[in-house]
Design a protein around this ligand. Structure first.
Ligand SMILES: [Zn+2]
Length: 346
């Protein structure tokens, strides 16, 4: 008898001894439907596990995960997935893979795995980092990695006094810092991050794709999308600056790649908080074909193609990972934000 992929997932979940039956109910309700597109959101895939970023997969676990997902889901390139979603012609268990921000490890670690398994993906690149620089959240993590051991007064970050010891302890403090300053005014946040960096000797590693890496990633068959120039919260900008961020990233990437950039992902990505209806209009006016949020849930044919939903159902156990996708497939409306997940969008 040929094994049914859904039954395999269900039986493995049951044998894993979980008492939580919600994933199983979701498997039955949403998982089997053929009119839904799930879009996964990743950021980094590390060469080796990093205790400072415990929620981020390394290459081996990423490969293991894709091998399991490939047995259950039908991976589609985002362009094909959006076309078939709008036309109501999706295959069953349709899934697309995306990465945000434009990390160099997407080329060095993730792309070889994607190619080996013939899994299509789209990487949304923050164009301003092609010439160097780091995302502010990475500057915080790397400064805390380098910070001398001992007691540190972190009042300027909205925290109290903390003991900086092992990397796992520092990872927990980094999460506190990121949550504390995420929505500060960009100028104040920049000052706070610069102050933290001034207390940490040495320099952070370069983590982002440069132009050469961007072209290599495109040549490797990965679709490139735009993610603004400097990764601002669009809702915090005036209209002219928001337009510049959206149009400028498309123009810079198209100039580097000499090809059209069709998709856009909103930084941070929560509708009504990080971007507003006027930003959806600006993305349309810029000539993109579709845009992606980070509001969770699966996409049905009536969805606004300029507010496609994505989620990061990260779980180190591939079966629970698949079950979390199934749970989200059962929710076609916006669900909880990414911040419940460890590899959340910044
Ligand atoms: Zn981002």
């Amino acid at each position: 008898m040929i094994a049914c992929p859904e039954r395999m997932v269900v039986s493995r979940l049951l044998s894993a001894g979980s008492e939580d039956r919600r994933p199983l109910r979701a498997l039955r309700s949403g998982f089997f439907s053929s009119d839904r597109l799930s879009i996964l959101l990743f950021h980094r895939v590390l060469a080796e596990r990093d205790p400072l970023s415990p929620g981020v997969p390394d290459g081996r676990s990423f490969e293991r995960l894709l091998r399991h997902l490939r047995r259950v889901f039908n991976f589609l390139p985002l362009s094909e997935a959006v076309e078939r979603l709008v036309a109501g012609e999706l295959p069953p268990r349709a899934l697309s893979l995306t990465f945000d921000d434009g990390y160099a490890d997407n080329l060095k670690v993730a792309a070889p795995v994607l190619n080996a398994l013939s899994v299509p993906a789209t990487v949304f690149v923050t164009s301003g980092f092609l010439d160097g620089g780091l995302m502010w959240n990475d500057r915080v993590r790397e400064a805390l990695r380098r910070h001398p051991e001992g007691t540190a007064k972190l009042d300027f970050l909205g925290l109290g006094t903390r003991d900086l010891g092992s990397l796992p302890e520092r990872a927990a403090i980094a999460e506190e810092v990121l949550k504390s300053i995420k929505y500060w005014h960009p100028r104040e946040r920049e000052q706070a991050v610069t102050e933290l960096e001034s207390r940490a000797p040495g320099r952070p590693p370069s983590l982002m794709l440069d132009c050469e890496g961007l072209r290599a990633l495109a040549l490797a068959g990965v679709e490139i999308g735009a993610h603004t120039q400097s990764h601002p919260i669009l809702a915090s900008l005036d209209e002219a600056d928001a337009r510049d961020e959206i149009q400028g990233s498309k123009a810079a990437l198209e100039d580097a790649l000499q090809r059209e950039v069709r998709f856009f992902a909103y930084p941070n990505g929560r509708a009504g908080a990080d971007y507003l209806p006027e930003h959806v209009s600006l993305v349309r006016q810029a000539g993109f074909s579709a845009a992606l949020s980070t509001d969770g849930g699966a996409n049905t044919p009536g969805v606004d193609p300029f507010q496609l939903q994505r989620f990061t159902p990260w779980d180190r156990n591939p079966f629970y990972f698949a079950a979390r996708i199934a749970h989200h497939r059962g929710t076609a409306r916006p669900g909880p934000s990414q911040q419940e997940d460890m590899d959340y969008e910044l």
